[in-house]
Design a protein around this ligand. Structure first.
Ligand code: HEM
Ligand SMILES: [Fe+2]
Length: 744
């Protein structure tokens, strides 16, 4: 009874934190639709003679050109996008500043909201006309474009509207908001010619956010000193293992084919990543070949990101099915068929959307580009139709999980953890829905608001939650922790992740046209995101101890067939701290982000956190599934590949961080402060010999990552898939009753 009321308190706590956080986020998102948030789109831009320079419709048409040609996978707008090419808004603004006699006058706001007219000075309109020609050279496949194909955009009308879009973003970056001392983008980007710099608000909230960070860490340490029941520590009696290798159900064996996709996609992603890195090291050619003619860098980077999301999500889909089946005691009828249908759906979306991106970027999708081709928003590049199928697929996955878990929800012992499993899984498709809240004509600030509802809320809130639930279920089923401890850790982590991560979303919106209130709230809350990450690292050290425990009921040592799954979980803990905690916090203060956004320090954090945390966890699930379906003899052959892969992945990732991403990011950050954002993002900066040398230096570690880390995973999944099929046919030949079981 006491236990039940304690659980209720946890439940109410987590639910209120989630509701309050999402309430705040809805309020911020709703604000972006009001006139004074984000850069307004004028109906007409006119010159001093009253002649139209371009119209609001041109700006939107230009944004669509930007999307259709996949340019957000080449460069950035207001710091968001890819880092190979320039920041288009900063580069335009810098040229405009050079073309203006007194660039500080660019901060004057000549937009009349009543008439919808924006007045351009003579130098502003002259700069616009002359920049059309300059950008023509860039989009003709110049070396500075870093891998765009020759004649990417040659249609004069497309160029004219695209440059109007750039001009509008530059205007929003320079012109002060009515009644304010900073621009629509909070003075981003830093441009010395404009004498701008971070707004006073950015400095203030940076300093204040340190309070929540230190307060949060203090409170956590206090709580852990005071209550010893909070972490994974195993002082309570353990439950005997309920999951033993080589005793798998038909649906668990059917799930193995998901991990075959995981490993193959992982290989594709890293090979493509190698090619993207090559575009940085040697922009003009690929060992003498003009790769841009076939696989331009914007297409490859689109694939690099999309395939990373796909293989990681596929591993969670597979891992979820595997563990759900372990929770439930009855195999539902037709579950194997459902799993096979889901697998086909997933493969269809993966292959279909990636081909769509190819035909989209090559302009072969015609008017259907947005639906079936390349939608062009970074991370959400795939066409709308593929996104709908993806959500339907994930919804179907939740139904399959519910079926598998059904019997566990009748069992009082397992009810709570089974329910948490299902709710946390359902948040994954649910929080993809904001992808449908905008179209290709929506204003950039609104798009970016919803885009980060997905990108950020997935990785820093709901995926973290689902991961915690999966790990808790795994530990419980392996007999390492009691169900009380498993559910307590889930509630505790949920409280911390959702409490900090939901409102923290706005750390991506500091400079994309949002309000100061959004900056203030998000910097204060996202600084606290580091707290649960420290906790996870402390937990990782517990995993090592759990590995060496003796049962205090029967005295036997707890034998752990899943040693390598645990090693990968330890890696998750360590990278969570370094990649997400340290490298994430490094770029989190608004005043740091002002100079840092879109430099290699972002790539540094993104690789160490996304691969280090969610990637390593995906591999942990893969290794777990492979071990479960393996006989002892088969596993004896597989284990050495897993060991090699563990070291290949970790050393390879560490190598690319230490040799290139971190040091070159620091130098680029310094260059922003010395020469302005446009310069640090230009070819002038990245073609310097020592920057290029760093790009080459990481190549050996990239190769270690791919050939020592990823290839062994491909080998074990293929061999184990064959092994599981062979076992299945042995059973099929065995008896009628077994055959009936398999049919289900
Ligand atoms: C496992 C957890 C995390 C993952 C997988 C992750 C992943 C990423 C990725 C992929 C990006 C790049 C987004 C883009 O290019 O637009 C990013 C950006 C960012 N992350 Fe994280 N992150 C994690 C945790 C954190 C934490 C804990 C913090 C801060 C305390 C943080 C702060 C930031 C900031 C400020 C940016 C924006 C940088 C920019 O736009 O240039 N992240 N993160
Ligand atoms: Fe984030």
């Amino acid at each position: 009874m006491k236990d039940a009321s304690r659980s209720n308190w946890w439940r109410y706590g987590v639910a209120s934190v989630a509701v309050i956080g999402l309430g705040v986020l809805v309020w911020i998102a709703a604000n972006t639709y009001t006139g004074d948030v984000g850069t307004p789109i004028p109906e007409r831009v006119v010159d001093m003679n009253g002649k139209t320079v371009f119209t609001g419709a041109d700006i939107i048409a230009g944004q669509q050109v930007f999307q259709r040609y996949g340019l957000m996978e080449n460069g950035t707008i207001w710091g968001h996008g890819a880092y190979l090419g320039p920041d288009f808004s900063a580069a335009y603004l810098h040229q405009l500043a050079l073309d203006t006699k007194d660039p500080t006058t660019l901060s004057e706001n000549r937009y009349n909201a009543k008439t919808g007219t924006l007045l351009f000075t003579t130098s502003e309109s002259a700069s616009y006309h002359s920049q059309i020609n300059q950008w023509k050279t860039y989009f003709d496949g110049s070396v500075t474009s870093r891998g765009l194909s020759a004649k990417t955009i040659s249609d004069p009308e497309e160029l004219r509207t695209l440059v109007a879009f750039f001009a509008w973003t530059a205007w929003g970056a320079a012109a002060h908001m009515p009644g304010k001392s900073y621009s629509y983008t909070q003075n981003f980007p830093y441009e010395p010619l404009l004498h701008n710099g971070p707004s006073a608000e950015a400095v203030l909230w940076s300093a204040l956010s340190l309070i929540t960070l230190l307060g949060g860490i203090g409170a956590m340490l206090l709580a852990f000193g005071r209550f010893d029941f909070l972490g994974w520590g195993s002082r309570d009696a353990h439950v005997h293992p309920q999951l033993l290798p080589d005793r798998t159900s038909p649906s668990q064996r059917a799930t193995l084919k998901f991990f075959v996709i995981v490993a193959l996609l992982f290989l594709v992603q890293t090979l493509v990543g190698g090619a993207v890195a090559h575009y940085r090291a040697q922009p003009g050619s690929f060992y003498g070949l003009d790769l841009t003619a076939y696989l331009p860098s914007n297409l490859l980077r689109t694939w690099h990101l999309q395939s990373s999301i796909f293989w990681i999500v596929t591993a969670y889909v597979g891992g979820g099915l595997f563990l759900a089946d372990a929770l439930g005691s009855v195999e539902p009828r037709g579950q194997v068929r459902g799993i096979n249908i889901l697998w086909v759906m997933l493969l269809f979306v993966v292959v279909g959307s990636m081909l769509g991106e190819l035909i989209g970027i090559r302009q072969l999708a015609g008017r259907l580009w947005f639906w079936f081709g390349n939608q062009g928003w970074e991370y959400l590049d795939l066409g709308r139709a593929w996104q709908i199928l993806l959500v339907l697929g994930l919804g179907f996955w939740v139904i399959l999980l519910a079926r598998a878990i059904g019997s566990a929800r009748q069992d009082p012992e397992q009810r709570e953890i089974a329910t948490l499993f299902l709710i946390s899984a359902a948040t994954i498709p649910l929080f993809y829905l904001p992808a449908f809240f905008f179209g290709s004509e929506t204003r950039f600030t609104i798009v970016d608001t919803w885009r980060f509802w997905i990108v950020h809320l997935w990785v820093e809130a709901f995926l973290e939650l689902f991961v915690t639930v999966m790990v808790a279920t795994l530990f419980y089923k392996l007999g390492m922790v009691t169900r009380q401890r498993a559910s307590r850790v889930i509630y505790m982590d949920a409280l911390l992740f959702l409490g900090s991560g939901i409102i923290g979303t706005g750390h991506h919106w500091y400079f994309s046209g949002q309000t100061v209130a959004s900056m203030a709230l998000s910097s204060m809350f996202s600084a606290m995101e580091v707290v649960p990450l420290i906790l996870l690292t402390l937990d990782a050290t517990h995993f090592v101890h759990l590995n060496r425990e003796y049962c205090n009921i029967c005295g036997k040592s707890i034998s752990l067939p899943h040693k390598w799954t645990f090693y990968f979980l330890i890696a998750v803990g360590v990278w969570n701290f370094i990649g997400a905690g340290v490298f994430g916090f490094l770029i989190n203060l608004p005043v740091v982000s002002y100079y840092e956004i879109g430099t290699n320090l972002t790539a540094n954090h993104a690789h160490a956190a996304l691969m280090g945390v969610f990637g390593m966890l995906a591999v942990a699930l893969l290794v777990f599934a492979v071990r479960q379906v393996s006989s002892e003899a088969h596993w004896a052959r597989m284990e050495k590949y897993v060991r090699v892969s563990f070291w290949g992945l970790n050393l390879g990732l560490a190598g690319m961080v230490v040799l290139d991403l971190f040091p070159s990011g620091v130098l680029q950050f310094l260059d922003v402060m010395k020469n302005g954002y446009w310069h640090a993002r230009s070819a002038e900066f990245s073609n310097q010999p020592f920057i290029v040398a760093m790009e080459w230096a990481r190549m050996p570690t990239d190769l270690v990552f791919i050939f020592v880390g990823v290839v062994p995973l491909v080998i074990i999944t293929l061999l184990t898939y064959r092994h599981a099929r062979a076992e299945k046919s042995m059973i099929l030949n065995a008896s009628q009753s077994d055959r009936d079981e398999l049919k289900n």
